[in-house]
Design a protein around this ligand. Sequence first.
Ligand code: P1T
Length: 379
Amino acid sequence: MKFNTKTIHGGQEPDIAYGAVMPPIYQTTTYAQSTPGGHKGYEYSRGANPTRNALESAFASLENGNYGLAFGSGLAAIDAVLKLLKPGDEVLSTNELYGGSYRLFTSIYKKFGIKFHFVNMQDIGNIEAYINENTKLLWVETPTNPMMSIIDIKACSVIAKKHNLLLAVDNTFATPYLQQPLSLGADIVMHSATKYLGGHSDVVMGGLIVKDKKLADSLYFIQNSSGAICGPHDSFLVLRGIKTLHVRMQRHCENGKAVAEYLANHPKIEKVYWPGFEDHPNHLVAKLQMKDFGGMVSFSTKGNNYEEAIKIVEKLKIFTLAESLGGVESLAGHPASMTHVSVPKEEREKMGILDSLIRLSVGIEDISDLIADLKQAIN
Ligand code: P1T
């Protein structure tokens, strides 16, 4: 099945009770048993729920995996991956990543004895120096939030296999429409389904997808034991969102390109971060591992002025000033004071997150309205 068919049919069967084409919302906590253990595959909705299972099958299908798991948020999904580890284990993470992932690593898991190294993986040659007998997990976010750097997933998987490490890829920015990490050798794909998979800014949700049965069983055990699941109604909404993922992504990519090119030619703009530019430092890797370059664009203004960046985001009318990304509507954010405020300023600046940096989630509105909005706000 091709990807554009999978978004609509992948992992989906008409409901067995009445043939409903969309999976019904099984809004139930529990399931009748005829005798203890005599049930139809469902006992209690923390462990499994038919609507959530339908979504989990769709996740697996989109990412070319065998098993999908849905969680109450993207961070809950990352949390489940970290629970595969034990005190003393070490993790190598991309040095650029979502501020909330950084906070989970450094403020929660560090105190449980897990050590994190934040490595610039744009140069694959940097990774091996940090690997020792305690290293268990490579955590890769690509494209990175908000700098839009690209990490070579295939090259990471060669290193992971050589040293017997798990390779997990946060595929939130790319979505499976643009890149499929399991097919490039990753062991775990993670999503903040809050973003493009849901696509309508109305659900907070996370997902994990794997190929290996043993790994899936360990993650299911964590999902049920820790209980950070999502509800059936949210599962239904994300299933509905996924059905248009391919058409939305196509437009996000077209509009993202037009916005990046407009900004790159604007005299007040210092730099535009978008992997589609030929002079983007990781453009060749992006071209190899991604189908297109996505709808996320970051830029900084000349003079690196904090107040000017705030003024621009306040003046935007069609782009809404808000956290999050990946919905049909365009959003603008100021990472230094919003999504990455939990990263210390010194670390933020090492990631390239200047005070003047603005991040755009380019939506699927008419492109001429989006460009006109940017023009009036920047001028
Ligand atoms: O918000 P949540 O569903 O828990 O997902 C966390 C997360 C994980 N990974 C990436 C790459 C992310 O961008 C996020 C969430 N990001 C935002 C809310 C944001 O505005 O960047």
